[in-house]
Ligand binder design. Structure first.
Ligand SMILES: [Zn+2]
Length: 424
């Protein structure tokens, strides 16, 4: 191959990779999970007329039929937890779904009862107590959690152990639950209306295969193997085809609905306008000084402390968006500050009747002359009150200037300082 041809081929490859990448990003990823498999047979019954009916075979047949229908649609990317008679563990199945950043997880099963009479379909979504389990898992496996852009804006840094992150995860889990309920509703509706099946409805239950998923997820019980008539239907080519088609229709209904919702959101929600003032959440006022990470701050980060008339006021976060203010307030209350309240600050306002300074030290003992504070800062003022020594530095007109000054001091290695508001 000559050099030009080689170069041309490289360019072609780059183009191909680039465009296939572009395409891959847009696809709606669906994980199809055929329940059981391999040594795990699932529910099974032996009948005189149709012989041995095994859940693992029926679920695989339905999933393969469903997959073939979905794969014809270029908008979908289909991932199978199994395509043959093998047994991936439940953890393998959810890991695959989470790693694939899937948009929807569909697990197909068959029901069974000790009595032959029960029949019909049911679709399960994550149970009511499951949120907590998910959060526990998410705290450990934080790479499994994919916050969307809006959540990311609200919860700037993701620290899985902080209350802010837990709130973000709770919001995310309830979004998944809502979507799962919508999809589950379509599945049961299609079974009932199209296939004239008896729908037992959409239910919530703590099921292992749904528990760890970071996406809308359902588990469909397609019918009772223990009921002779339904077993024959489940084992038949026609029955499996109908079930696959009903689930396929539900995916289409669901995708249309979320596309419409996203479209509507864009139209209905013009970008939120910022407010004139900044809002901080006042957590508490106390004569006690707490440094970053003190248990009294209950794990909250982004704390600004302002001393005023001898009291330390602890403020959490800052924003000029009303929606974020509300969610910050909720975060503070959920963290345990029941009396937390939003306080408005006029940006860059100069104090007419006083000034701001930085309290660089407060303690029972005088600072030694060799202390880094006295060595690094010139013109530190010392006052004594009620047996305590206070060292302060600087004089600026606005809170913003005080925050900048505090930052400069921090860069010199002086930590745990407090902004003090002084009235003349
Ligand atoms: Zn099963």
């Amino acid at each position: 191959m000559n050099r030009y041809k080689q170069a041309f081929n490289i360019i072609l490859t780059i183009f191909f990779l680039f465009f296939s990448q572009l395409n891959a990003q847009k696809k709606f990823v669906i994980v199809l999970d055929a329940g059981h498999g391999g040594k795990d047979i699932g529910a099974n019954r032996k009948y005189d007329n149709i012989g041995l009916v095994q859940e693992k075979d029926i679920t695989l047949e339905i999933i393969l039929k469903l997959g073939r229908m979905l794969e014809r649609n270029k908008d979908f990317k289909i991932i199978y937890t199994r395509k043959i008679d093998e047994y991936p563990s439940l953890i393998d199945r959810t890991d695959l779904a989470n790693r694939s950043h899937a948009d929807l997880f569909i697990s197909v099963h068959c029901n069974a009862n000790v009595k032959p009479s029960p029949y019909g379909t049911e679709t399960y979504v994550q149970g009511p107590d499951q949120n907590r389990t998910n959060l526990e898992v998410a705290k450990r496996e934080n790479d499994v959690i994919f916050l969307d852009t809006k959540d990311k804006e609200m919860f700037a840094s993701y620290d899985p152990s902080s209350p802010e992150s837990l709130i973000a995860l709770k919001i995310q889990q309830s979004k998944y639950l809502e979507s799962s309920l919508i999809f589950g509703g379509f599945v049961e509706e299609n079974f009932a209306k199209k296939d004239k099946r008896f729908s037992r409805g959409v239910m919530q239950k703590n099921l292992h295969v749904l528990r760890l998923n970071a996406m809308p997820s359902v588990l469909i019980e397609t019918g009772f193997i223990s009921n002779p008539e339904e077993a024959a239907y489940l084992a038949s080519e026609n029955g499996q085809e109908e079930i696959a088609e009903s689930i396929y229709n539900s995916v289409i209904n669901y995708k249309k609905k979320i596309d419409r919702n996203n479209q509507q959101k864009k139209v209905e929600e013009p970008k939120e306008q910022p407010l004139k003032n900044d809002f901080r959440i006042l957590l508490m006022s106390t004569p006690n000084k707490y440094n970053d990470g003190d248990p009294a701050l209950k794990g909250l980060n982004y704390i600004l402390t302002i001393k005023e008339n001898g009291l330390y006021k602890y403020y959490y976060s800052v924003t000029n968006f009303a929606s974020i203010k509300e969610s910050n307030l909720k975060t503070a209350k959920d963290a345990g500050f029941k009396n937390a309240a939003a306080v408005s600050f006029i940006p860059n306002q100069n104090m007419n009747t006083g000034y701001y300074r930085i309290e660089v030290y407060a303690g029972k003992d005088k600072l030694p002359n060799a202390s880094p504070i006295l060595k690094n800062l010139k013109e530190v003022e010392k006052t004594k009150a009620d047996g305590m020594f206070y060292y302060t530095y600087g004089e600026v007109g606005s809170l913003e200037a005080a925050i900048r000054l505090q930052k400069e001091i921090e860069e010199k290695g002086i930590q745990n300082t407090v902004i003090e508001k002084v009235y003349k």
